[in-house]
Design a protein around this ligand. Structure first.
Ligand SMILES: Nc1nc2c(c(=O)[nH]1)N[C@H]1C(S)=C(S)[C@@H](COP(=O)(O)OP(=O)(O)OC[C@H]3O[C@@H](n4cnc5c(N)ncnc54)[C@H](O)[C@@H]3O)O[C@H]1N2
Ligand code: MOO
Length: 410
């Protein structure tokens, strides 16, 4: 088992251990937020037939030559077409069809006159304008041509894509897999929200934070449980959650205390442990391993440490599978406009807020202090400042590297 490894090495190690995931066919109606696994080409024209963009009369343009308000041309109405009708009767010379917006233009007609430029009764229509062939005429494929590339592999599906794909009659799409994750929050001090707090206890905030964060980066939370710090109980919960989960995220019990039992129990259960501890702060204590096909991320119970390692380690792993790059971290540079007066012997991830300006990114520390048990700073955190090990205090004006969180946290 490796110990205290670098974050980048940890991410690579986990990536190397991932099982293969299969793409999934999902109903179009359920595909929003998923990433396309293949190019989609148009199986048909849209519109599928030549149609009228107006309520009026379908005519042959040549029959309207010279027509104006003063010199109207009279045509015989031979049919009437509503949207949804299928045209049967061809238009011949001197003939017109009454037509509504969206209805198919009958054979023989090459243009449509809006009804405001006509007078009509049941038999005849007076045309008061000269039309050009193709005027007010929406040909088949005007919008989308059969065979054209509609959505590329890797597209994040949202409402416009669902609309376009539905217009093609596509009922299902092939998307990248959605990792299925279980969550186990551990700690004998934990109480559920809604209960009166007993002495020495705290509310289980990690469960809410982690389950929600998982969904925010496109994972499916399939189970979520809580366990006290007792070996038997932990073993039972782990044995229950691991089969059937692609990943298990636990929080708490991964440091060196007498009740930090996750590593021990996982080892007893025969898990392969990839590493224990990362060379970052907060978030040093992390256990990562695999039992059967399930990758286990044992994160710290300290909320800020927990969220930091979630974002830096768990998030990129899940996004490797579901392709939701938009939800990944971005490495950028920024100018620090705050003061951090501690030197850092260990690599530090400071919770911070970055703003884009014309001159580039500026970043300041999140409100509140940077201790790993502090939860409030996460409210004001859209990035982590990456302070290398061995750095002196960081002064205002210094250029720093940041991991920017996705837009959702802005
Ligand atoms: N002697 C040492 N003590 C500690 C070390 C060390 O190296 N030597 N490491 C410290 C560091 S760094 C961290 S971080 C913590 C990590 O401890 P664990 O990950 O084992 O987490 P717990 O001890 O279970 O809990 C830590 C803290 O977080 C609270 N907590 C736990 N679960 C939740 C939850 N679901 N929701 C909200 N808060 C939670 C818990 O009550 C503790 O206060 O260890 C240091 N100790
Ligand atoms: O590594 Mo602990 O996570 O400092 O907070």
């Amino acid at each position: 088992m490796k110990q205290r490894i670098e974050l980048e090495a940890a991410c690579e190690l986990v990536a190397d251990k991932l099982k293969s995931f299969s793409n999934e066919t999902v109903k179009l109606v359920n595909s929003s937020g998923r990433v396309l696994a293949e190019d989609v080409r148009a199986p048909m024209h849209q519109p599928p037939f030549d149609r009228s963009p107006l309520d009026g009369f379908a005519v042959r343009a040549e029959d309207t030559t010279g027509a104006s308000t003063e010199t109207p041309v009279s045509l015989k109405i031979v049919s009437k077409l509503y949207a949804g009708d299928s045209p049967v009767k061809k238009i011949g010379p001197g003939e017109a069809a009454r037509i509504m917006t969206g209805a198919p233009i009958p054979e023989g007609a090459d243009s449509v006159i809006r009804q405001e430029r006509t007078d009509w009764n049941d038999e005849e229509v007076e045309i008061k304008a000269t039309l050009k062939p193709g005027q007010n005429y929406a040909p088949a494929g005007e919008d989308i041509k059969q065979g054209e590339l509609l959505c590329e592999k890797g597209t994040l599906l949202r409402s416009p894509h669902l609309g376009v794909l539905a217009s093609m009659g596509l009922e299902e799409v092939l998307v990248l897999p959605e990792p299925e994750v279980s969550v186990l929050t551990t700690g004998s001090e934990l109480q559920e929200v809604g209960q009166e707090l007993k002495p020495g206890k705290i509310y289980n905030s990690n469960n809410y934070m982690i389950s929600t964060r998982l969904k925010e980066c496109g994972a499916k939370v399939i189970n979520s449980q809580v366990a006290v710090d007792e070996k038997d109980i932990l073993r039972d919960r782990l044995a229950e959650l691991i089969p059937g989960s692609d990943f298990l995220v636990t929080t708490g019990g991964v440091s060196v205390g007498e009740k930090d039992l996750i590593l021990e129990v996982l080892e007893e259960m025969g898990a392969e442990i990839f590493f224990w501890k990362l060379a970052i702060k907060p978030g040093t204590p992390v256990v990562c391993g695999r039992l059967d096909d399930t990758i286990i991320f044992g994160l710290s119970g300290n909320p800020a440490a927990c969220i930091t390692t979630f974002d830096l380690l768990v998030r990129p792993t899940l996004i490797k599978i579901n392709g939701l790059e938009k939800e990944n971290l971005r490495k950028e540079k920024a100018i620090f406009i705050d003061d951090f007066n501690k030197s850092s012997s260990t690599r530090r991830m400071l919770r911070a807020w970055v703003v884009r300006t014309e001159k580039g990114n500026i970043v300041k520390l999140s409100k509140g202090n940077q201790r790993p048990g502090v939860l409030k700073t996460t409210l004001d955190c859209n990035c982590f400042i990456d302070i290398p090990a061995g750095s002196p205090p960081v002064e205002s004006g210094a250029e720093v590297e940041i991991f920017r969180l996705p837009e959702i946290y802005n």
